[in-house]
Design a protein around this ligand. Structure first.
Ligand SMILES: CC(C)(COP(=O)(O)OP(=O)(O)OC[C@H]1O[C@@H](n2cnc3c(N)ncnc32)[C@H](O)[C@@H]1OP(=O)(O)O)[C@@H](O)C(=O)NCCC(=O)NCCS
Length: 151
């Protein structure tokens, strides 16, 4: 994948139609259009990544003082497993470092092995478990709280 062709900018309301389609295709409990609108209005860090003018991924995070919480990171289905998730997570990590963030946190479904591998590869460790935190088709599953401390 040629990352030099990937563009990144702050999400705009006009991006949300495309984002909601990607979100609905990628998550068991997708965010609603309203939640994305709120993220833009709340001035969360909401970056979209494009290849050939089409959105291939995005992340939403909140920085409060020296802490960052990652709320959403998604790669469009047919662009997954090509390293795009790694690219956009590294983008957020650099953004955090340049804004003097010390710790970053996130939560992930215990069954989401792709995401967990991606986070571990980027220095995140498991900090705790939220029992039965997420809904599944057949019941509930645990949420893993993961965190990373920057030097
Ligand atoms: C999670 C997500 C953001 C990762 O992005 P991606 O572009 O697919 O990930 P990458 O290609 O950068 O890296 C994925 C890594 O997981 C590995 N992987 C893929 N499937 C895996 C599996 N079933 N089990 C373990 N590892 C797996 C890949 O081999 C790769 O590791 P490597 O680079 O060491 O080979 C993306 O898959 C996605 O949007 N998923 C749906 C939404 C989601 O789950 N978001 C995260 C919520 S916390």
């Amino acid at each position: 994948m040629d990352y030099s062709n990937i563009k990144c900018y702050d999400a705009r309301i006009s991006d949300l139609k495309e984002i909601v389609l990607i979100e609905n295709n990628s998550h068991f409990s997708p965010w609603s259009k309203k939640s994305f609108e709120k993220a833009i209005k709340a001035k969360n860090i909401f970056k979209v990544f494009l290849e050939k003018e089409r959105i291939i991924g995005y992340y939403i995070a909140l920085i409060a003082q020296d802490q960052c919480e990652l709320f959403n990171i998604t790669v469009k289905k047919n662009n997954q497993n090509l390293g795009v998730g790694n690219f956009i997570l590294k983008h957020l990590i650099s953004f955090c470092k340049s804004h003097k963030v010390v710790n970053m946190f996130l939560e992930v479904r215990a069954s989401n092995f792709t995401a967990i591998k991606l986070y571990e590869k980027n220095g995140f460790n498991e900090l705790g478990i939220r029992d039965n935190y997420y809904k599944t088709l057949h019941g509930r599953e645990d949420g893993l709280l993961m965190g990373c401390t920057f030097d």
